[in-house]
Write a protein that binds this ligand. Structure first.
Ligand SMILES: CC(C)(COP(=O)(O)OP(=O)(O)OC[C@H]1O[C@@H](n2cnc3c(N)ncnc32)[C@H](O)[C@@H]1OP(=O)(O)O)[C@@H](O)C(=O)NCCC(=O)NCCS
Length: 342
């Protein structure tokens, strides 16, 4: 008889046990953005809903912000860092390709030899990480998994670009996912559409940028630090029409109706996108909606856990409530799920 491999069993269900965030100290009000681009406070507020954003200083590195946010999430979960069996860091703005920043973060937190890796799924990064963490906990490869969304988008912002200079912010958000007696994370509805890869992307690859020998290459084109560029209107339409459907699928997969939600926490991309989604989903006015973008800007992978922490902190939503989360962005990629708030 051939030998059989010992089966691996995990927890029956998983949930988020703790959430934490870190917001950089430097606040950039719209008035400061007006030093860089021809715009107005009123235009930025009405078109994006953003009044201010936070930009990280030299000490507020991707690792430092992550450690701060994760420390809060671990404390809220009531576990010790050694109990973490996996560290997933979602980011598109850690500028050193190798090694993954997750290993340094895991080491600084005291997570022992936990597997640690980075994922690149832009504004859907937190949802992608959550899906992986849920699978790891239920599949038996980890007891508790730390999911961190962290960005220093200021490093990839061209302050002269009128369509993006006012949008992005920096910060970190983290969640601890672990075993649960009852289902605490609904089916994650996630996906991608590579045919729209160019809609939000870095202006040029690092090799192209560095291939230019000096300030001016052969074509007379000036060497510029790669930054994020975006086809605003295409993203807007995709977010409003296609993403509302994904949010509906996540509700359906969880067997939840909109009126049973205690919170709607969409990616903080743009207040008008949030408002349009609320309308399309026919969310009852009783469901509180995360509107952290006004003070935080668009922090990509960090935006959902940052907004979640803030809603809990301010009492806009409470522990045990069901929240619909949805992230979407460069890739294009998306991820939505119904979760029980920690
Ligand atoms: C970026 C965004 C706010 C721009 O708004 P928009 O209405 O699409 O802007 P447009 O580029 O069509 O420009 C409309 C007008 O505003 C002007 N404009 C553009 N940027 C401006 C700025 N920063 N300040 C003032 N005016 C501006 C344009 O010149 C144009 O003027 P015109 O009508 O006289 O030609 C909008 O497209 C958007 O929110 N997109 C989604 C972005 C997003 O959420 N990204 C994150 C995804 S993860």
């Amino acid at each position: 008889m051939s030998a059989t491999i010992k089966p691996v069993t995990g927890a029956r269900f998983s949930r988020i046990h703790g959430v934490g965030g870190y917001r950089p100290t430097r606040v950039i009000p719209n008035s400061e953005v007006l030093n860089w681009i021809d715009s107005s406070d009123e235009w930025i507020r009405t078109r994006s809903g953003i009044a201010e954003r936070r930009w990280a200083g030299p000490e507020e590195s991707v690792a430092e912000m992550s450690v701060q946010a994760a420390g809060k999430a671990i404390a809220m979960a009531g576990i010790s860092p050694e109990q973490i069996g996996g560290v997933i860091v979602a980011t598109v703005s850690h500028l050193k390709q190798t090694p993954a920043i997750a290993t340094e973060i895991a080491q600084r937190l005291g997570c022992g030899t936990a597997p640690a890796f980075d994922i690149s799924a832009a504004c859907a990064g937190f949802g992608y990480g959550l899906s992986l963490a849920d699978g790891m906990v239920r599949g038996g490869s980890a007891g508790y998994v730390l999911v961190i969304g962290v960005e220093r988008l200021s490093d990839l912002t061209d302050v002269t670009d009128r369509s993006t200079a006012f949008i992005f912010g920096d910060g970190a958000g983290a969640a601890v996912v672990g075993p649960s007696e009852t289902p605490g994370i609904g089916k994650v509805v996630w996906g991608s559409d590579g045919s729209q890869a160019e809609v939000i992307s870095q202006t040029q690859a690092w090799d192209t940028a560095f291939a230019k020998p000096d300030a001016v290459n052969g074509t007379g084109e000036e060497v510029r630090w790669p930054a994020l560029r975006m086809e605003g209107q295409t993203v807007f339409r995709w977010a409003v029409y296609d993403m509302a459907k994904v949010a509906e699928q996540a509700l359906e997969a969880a067997g939840i109706t909109a009126d049973q939600l205690g919170a709607f926490i969409p990616h903080q991309a743009n207040m008008r996108i949030i408002d349009a989604m609320v309308k399309k989903l026919d969310l009852p006015p009783s469901v509180p909606v995360a509107r952290d973008i006004a003070e935080t800007g668009n922090t990509s992978a960090a935006s959902i856990p940052l907004a979640m922490e803030r809603m809990l902190e301010r009492g806009e939503a409470k522990s045990g409530d069901l929240a619909l989360i949805i992230g979407f962005g460069a890739g294009l990629v998306y991820a939505a799920a119904v979760v029980t708030l920690p």
